[in-house]
Design a protein around this ligand. Structure first.
Ligand code: DX5
Ligand code: ZN
Length: 261
């Protein structure tokens, strides 16, 4: 057995090939890094059409419309006529919705004593369960009970409720549903003070390094959507703006485009 020493030509060839591979390898990482960096800068705002504004006589059609659109979540408003001056719908209708819904089911409870129904809403297929700050005496316990049932736990706050009150539960909260109208009805006018509150809440979330998403509920349209996202909103609920439009599917797509930058 004997070895031959490589000649200078093959050394050069080998060095060029190694350099080539190294360059390609680093280049690949540069591309991956650039892609990751860009996507981390891109805002993917979630759009949640509010089923309260759907045509209840054509509920399955409207649910399929959401399934086939660019919407991210179904927003479902449950009202009891006590916490808010209106009654929307209850368990049988929610059951019918979740049977057809193929996306996250975001349930917003506008009811007193929400603790009583946590297990029921989990069984009905809610992905997120949001209770009102103003309706919960033992909010921390309620949030834990929601999570124990495998759902994401949300807190909704009325327009008069100061976001500073959430400081001590923010780390336990997956979602804050900030009401930008007084809860109870669809189709109301957006309250302008919301922008300030979103910025304040975003500051609390960032300072606590909390995983919480900010959802805006009430009077959302193309007039305020971009400004809300710039202030820190992650999820936009839209009822009337989507369902009263000539083309709800296109309206959802345009809201998504307007708020993803
Ligand atoms: C109001 C509900 C909202 C309502 C939003 O109490 O919580 O989810 O459906 O509807 P619009 O977008 O029409 O204000
Ligand atoms: Zn709602």
């Amino acid at each position: 057995m004997f070895y031959t020493l490589p000649n200078s030509k093959s050394i050069k060839l080998c060095a060029t090939a190694t350099l080539g591979f190294l360059t390609l390898y680093l280049y690949k990482f540069r591309i991956i890094f650039a892609l990751n960096f860009t996507s981390s800068l891109m805002k993917n705002t979630l759009i949640a059409p509010s089923v309260l504004s759907a045509d209840f006589a054509n509920l399955q059609r409207d649910i399929e419309m959401i399934n086939n659109s660019e919407a991210d979540w179904f927003h479902i408003d449950i009202m009891d006529g006590v916490f808010v001056p209106n009654i929307s719908f209850g368990m049988p209708v929610l059951e019918a919705i979740t049977r057809h819904a193929k996306k996250t089911v975001d349930v917003h409870l506008m009811i007193v004593n929400p603790d009583q129904y946590i297990k029921t809403f989990a069984a009905l297929g809610a992905t997120n369960l949001t209770v009102h700050y103003e309706a919960c005496t033992h909010l921390h316990r309620t949030l834990q009970a929601i999570k124990a049932e495998g759902m994401k736990a949300g807190i909704a706050i009325n327009p008069h409720t100061n976001v500073a009150l959430l400081e001590d539960v923010i780390k336990d909260t997956d979602l804050v549903c900030m009401m930008s109208v007084n809860p109870g009805f669809g189709g109301q006018s957006f309250i302008e003070n919301t922008y300030k509150k979103v910025k304040q809440l975003k500051e609390i979330i960032t300072r606590n390094n909390a995983p919480t998403l900010i959802e805006i509920d009430g009077g959302v349209s193309d007039k305020n959507a971009k400004q809300l996202v710039e202030a820190g909103a992650d999820v936009l609920v839209a009822g009337n703006y989507v369902f009263k439009a000539d083309n709800p599917t296109e309206t959802i797509a345009s809201l998504k485009k307007l708020t993803s930058f």
